[in-house]
Design a protein around this ligand. Structure first.
Ligand code: RB5
Length: 142
């Protein structure tokens, strides 16, 4: 189950992400926002971050205008490793090296074509399980 959250700046791109996940039969839980009306990105970042940290959902996807505010907010929650990615190389590397559990993107930064490829890369790339990456990730929790 993928937890989804966005603010008004990410609303339109999130509609594309949901359509894409529907086509792939990937189950998700949409934590909002549910319109383009102005709202506060920390609210949605926290809903998704808690769902992932408490293992209600396996991974999360967050979108705001830049992806910056919503990723900062998500990373305040213990156990969350939220990666802001606007290219497929980063999306692949952050799963392999950081075992990122939340992807953030900026709806005003990337178009849907690239964003959906980033989503696919993020969802389909496994963690490397390398000892050095396990050690470094555990150091993030200290
Ligand atoms: C909203 O205007 C915008 O500030 C927000 O979506 C995001 O880009 C913040 O980092």
């Amino acid at each position: 189950m993928i937890a989804l959250g966005c603010d008004h700046g990410g609303y339109e791109l999130m509609q594309e992400v949901m359509k894409h996940l529907d086509e792939l039969n990937v189950p998700y839980k949409n934590f909002g926002t549910y319109s383009t009306e102005s709202c506060d990105y920390p609210d949605y970042a926290k809903k998704v971050a808690y769902a992932v940290a408490q293992k209600e959902c396996e991974l999360g996807i967050l979108i705001c205008g830049t992806g910056i505010g919503i990723s900062i907010a998500a990373n305040k929650v213990k156990g969350i490793r939220c990666a802001l990615c606007h290219d497929c190389f980063s999306a692949e590397a952050t799963k392999q090296h950081n075992n990122a559990n939340v992807l953030a993107m900026g709806g005003r930064v990337v178009g849907p074509g690239l964003a959906l490829k980033i989503v696919d890369t993020f969802l389909n790339t496994p963690f490397s399980n390398d000892e050095r990456h396990i050690r470094r990730i555990s150091m993030l929790e200290d």
